[in-house]
Design a protein around this ligand. Structure first.
Ligand code: FEO
Length: 169
């Protein structure tokens, strides 16, 4: 059993993961509108992974016989200013997610819920990957520029991404 404080913060995290999916779908739609289908595909796959992150929490709460309480999603940003702006915003967003995962880890320690503390390790590692993925793309944009030729090549590269469902096991 998990206590109410832990249940509440895990439910909030489900909302943040699903909001992340919404944000990346919004970014993907912007790219698609601009004819940048590789970037768009990359963002759509990112959105699917965020839903996986939310569902792992969803399943965990149910497994611990606590209540899943889904909350309303905020509308994501829909106005962007090009490729670098989007990836920078996505990176900033991932840093806020890392902070909220850290807050869960701290709370579970305060509440002596070591099972959930152990569970949340998966997310701590995942956030290292998430931040790194966005930072690498930003580094490439900074290194090679964001003119149309460089963007075309990066669009092509990111369009190769394949969806691998995120798995807790
Ligand atoms: Fe689920 Fe991108 O963090």
């Amino acid at each position: 059993m998990i206590n109410d404080k832990v249940k509440e913060i895990l439910n909030e995290q489900i909302n943040k993961e699903f909001y992340s999916a919404y944000l990346y779908l919004s970014m993907g739609a912007y790219f698609s509108d601009m004819g940048m289908y590789g970037f768009s595909k990359w963002m759509e796959i990112q959105a699917k992974e965020e839903i996986d992150h939310g569902m792992i929490l969803f399943d965990y709460i149910l497994k611990r016989k606590a209540k899943v309480e889904l909350k309303a999603l905020n509308a994501p940003d829909i106005s962007f200013e090009g490729v670098e702006d989007i990836f920078q915003k996505a990176y900033e967003h991932e840093k806020t997610i890392s902070c909220s995962i850290n807050a869960i880890a701290s709370l579970t320690e305060d509440e002596c819920d070591l099972a959930t503390r152990n569970f949340i390790d998966w997310y701590l590692k995942e956030q290292i990957e998430e931040e790194d993925n966005f930072l690498r793309i930003i580094s490439k944009i900074k290194a090679f520029g964001s003119d149309s030729a460089s963007s075309y090549l990066l669009d092509k590269e990111l369009g190769q991404r394949e969806y691998n469902p995120a798995s807790y096991e």
